[in-house]
Design a protein around this ligand. Sequence first.
Ligand SMILES: [Ca+2]
Ligand SMILES: [Ca+2]
Length: 180
Amino acid sequence: MTTAALVLLAASTLAVQTAWAYRHVDYENDWDAPVNFECPEGQLLSTIYSYFSAYRADRRWYFTCRGPENYGNTYSSCEWSGWTNDFDAGAFYLCPPNTAIAGLASEHNNYFEDRRMKFKCCGHPDFKVGACQITGNINSLTYDADYSTPSGKAIAGWVSEHFNAKNDRYFNMIVCPYTV
Ligand SMILES: [Ca+2]
Ligand SMILES: [Ca+2]
């Protein structure tokens, strides 16, 4: 193997290790415990990060929020969904028209070794959501999930599939351009 190939191999190994890196942030939940997260008034979910424990068969979650540009400080209406998935089952959820995610809640079940999720979707008379797209997987099974919205886009739902062999999920976010 040439020196260049070894450097490439070392670099790719480093990249894999980086994907496992624990972030020193304020996680919203302990292992196997509920998540109850709401953005500050007038802001929308913008970063989703989590890391996985094979021992717990669970993820700890960290979120940040961002105020849409020129949006003002309040929402006129917010609505919580019901549970958007069953344990060990797939998920497809999209917020009501012209709203986006400003909070979420989830609970873990140690029998199924899975979480179910509900979402808080918020709107405003001037907030208009355009054509949404699905991100593709934001994680590999058992690896960190990490997604941040680009400027001018908001998260309005999720698509997910659970795999019992790893007791983990693939997470895809539904991301939409908005105008205000
Ligand atoms: Ca567990
Ligand atoms: Ca499971």
